[in-house]
Design a protein around this ligand. Structure first.
Ligand SMILES: [Zn+2]
Ligand SMILES: [Zn+2]
Length: 100
């Protein structure tokens, strides 16, 4: 059985470092950018400096457990009624700590 890990991760948010965004390791569900590729506009003509918000969410869902609603990797976040919700803020933090 896999247990949700909630080890405290230092939120190393250093500004001014143009490292590749970890969300690039997953395919973008919004603009369709392949794994490792940068996000583009929907038309595919302009490359965006930051991944689409949907891709960052997808990356968090695929790589991190949620310490707020306790779902495991690949499962969407849920609220107290068991309905799918947008990714909780804590899950983004977990994703940044686990997949650099
Ligand atoms: Zn995208
Ligand atoms: Zn959650």
């Amino acid at each position: 059985m896999t247990q949700p890990r909630s080890a405290p991760m230092p939120a190393a948010l250093r500004a001014g470092r143009p490292a590749p965004h970890p969300a690039r390791t997953v395919r973008c569900p919004h603009c369709g950018a392949a794994e490792g590729a940068r996000c583009t506009t929907i038309s595919g003509r302009i490359t965006k400096p930051q991944p689409c918000p949907a891709r960052i969410a997808a990356h968090a869902i695929q790589t991190a457990v949620c310490s707020t609603c306790q779902v495991l990797q690949t499962y969407p976040c849920r609220n107290e009624h068991g309905l799918e919700t947008p990714v909780h803020a804590a899950r983004y933090t977990e994703a940044k700590g686990t997949a650099a």
